[in-house]
Design a protein around this ligand. Structure first.
Ligand SMILES: [Cu+2]
Length: 441
């Protein structure tokens, strides 16, 4: 794990350095598609593209090693009594995400290394001028880079599953199905990458297959959404900041899911390909849903991490500015895309002005929203009210120890005797805590 960790700063420094090497920066965008990425206009061996690809390959190896560690730890090193179906859903989500890393990331890493060979030692895997296949790189790239979205969002789904039961005071609806749906998302994610190649000369029959597999993604994600709604339904909702962010994230995700289904459809995708409609969809998924989930997690575990309570009023101000800002910023991209505004342009035609102004106001609000967040975090960490062990009356091992947790967390490994989401039932926490202390006898 340490090797994997220390490879990240090395890759990061290389990535930054790629702007300043003699051959000039990389100029093929984040996809790095050949033949543009193979052009090397400077003629220098040490050019930005070379250093950039080296950084991608190193961080790829690092993440594969990290995935081996996560998967092995979850399979082999659970506490006694922690069966698979007693694991917190956050752990199920991380488990599924890391399985994706394990099986998907080698494709991108290999693609980056092959591109490096093309660039430096004269191989021709991807160079069409020498008989290579440029589209082959697109396959390597998207075989990982579509599932990469799930690597990022699965832990956020896990966070939602942790937070909704606590603030609704109800057990999570359909625990087992939600756990398995994470694995299902990991499985399906390996079968959809060609939806990024609908307009890359992909034959019609293949586009149909990947249209169907992409639409199938909505099944496991839909299961999760239904389970979360059923968990909240009829609960005694406490609308604290973590719950507000989780609810906001859920709303943004439902919207992102709907535009995602429209994009999976070949005729629609061919029409809106390379427009702001795609950018809008993607920002609802990866900006809206993910940052809402991350902020929910930061507020929820802030007392546990720091031993102090955050300021609720500032937290809620942060939420409303961020939620309104996110929607004002990213919703206009959908009508703009449908009107035909292309992505990756530095200016736009006058007919796109109205929605662009709305988006700019949203972006400004979104930027502003981080000010109460940062101030709240700093001031609360320094002067906040002392946090008790379990301020949210949550169930879970971390809430059994002091805030912040002591070094080593537990004096000895606890034995798990209860289900993870027994809210509203008897007090399983007490039983579990008793077990922790009585383990020696
Ligand atoms: Cu995709």
């Amino acid at each position: 794990n340490a090797v994997a960790f220390w490879m990240v700063p090395i890759a990061g420094i290389l990535l930054m350095a790629s702007f300043f090497v003699p051959g000039g920066p990389a100029q093929a965008g984040w996809w790095s598609y050949p033949p543009v990425s193979l052009q090397n206009p400077s003629g220098q061996l040490i050019n930005g593209q070379f250093v950039w690809l080296l950084a991608v390959a190193i961080s790829g190896v690092s993440s594969i090693m990290g995935a081996v560690n996560f998967v092995t730890t979850i399979v082999k090193m659970r506490a006694p009594g922690m069966t698979f179906f007693r694991m917190p859903l956050f752990v199920w989500a991380v488990f599924s995400a890391q399985i994706i890393q394990l099986f998907g990331l080698p494709a991108l890493t290999a693609g980056a290394v092959m591109l490096l060979f093309d660039l430096t030692v004269g191989t021709s895997f991807f160079d069409p001028a020498k008989g290579g296949n440029a589209v082959l790189f697109q396959h390597f790239f998207w075989f990982y880079s579509h599932p990469a979205v799930y690597v990022i969002i699965l832990p956020v789904f896990g966070i939602f599953s942790e937070i909704f039961p606590v603030y609704a005071r109800k057990p999570l609806f359909g625990y087992k199905v939600v756990a398995i749906s994470s694995l299902l998302i990991a499985g399906v994610s390996a079968l959809v990458w060609v939806h990024h190649l609908y307009v890359s000369g992909t034959p019609g029959w293949m586009r149909m297959i990947f249209m169907l597999s992409t639409m199938f993604v909505s099944v496991p994600t839909g299961i999760k959404v239904f389970a979360w709604v059923a968990t909240i339904w009829g609960g005694k909702l406490r609308l604290n900041t973590p719950m507000l962010f989780a609810l906001g994230g859920l709303i943004l995700f439902v919207f992102a899911g709907i535009t995602g289904i429209t994009l999976s459809s070949v005729p629609i995708d061919v029409h809106v390909n390379n427009t702001y409609y795609v950018v809008g969809h993607f920002h609802y998924v990866l900006y809206g849903t993910v940052t809402m989930g991350m902020f929910a997690a930061i507020y929820h575990w802030f007392p546990k991490m720091t031993g102090r309570m955050y300021n609720e009023g500032w937290g809620q101000l942060h939420f409303w500015l961020a939620f309104i800002g996110t929607n004002l910023n990213f919703f206009p991209m959908h009508p703009l895309g449908l009107q035909g505004m292309l992505r990756r342009v530095s200016s736009y035609a006058p007919e796109y002005t109205f929605w662009n102004i709305v988006a700019s106001i949203g972006a400004f609000l979104l930027g502003m929203s981080t000010l109460p967040f940062i101030l709240n975090m700093i001031a609360s960490w320094m002067h906040g009210k002392q946090a008790p062990k379990n301020p949210w009356r949550a169930i879970g091992l971390e809430w059994l120890v002091s805030s912040p947790p002591p070094v080593e967390n537990f004096e000895e490994i606890p034995v798990i005797i209860s289900e993870p989401y027994g809210y509203g039932k008897s007090e399983p926490l007490v039983a579990a805590a008793g077990q922790v202390h009585n383990h020696k006898s």
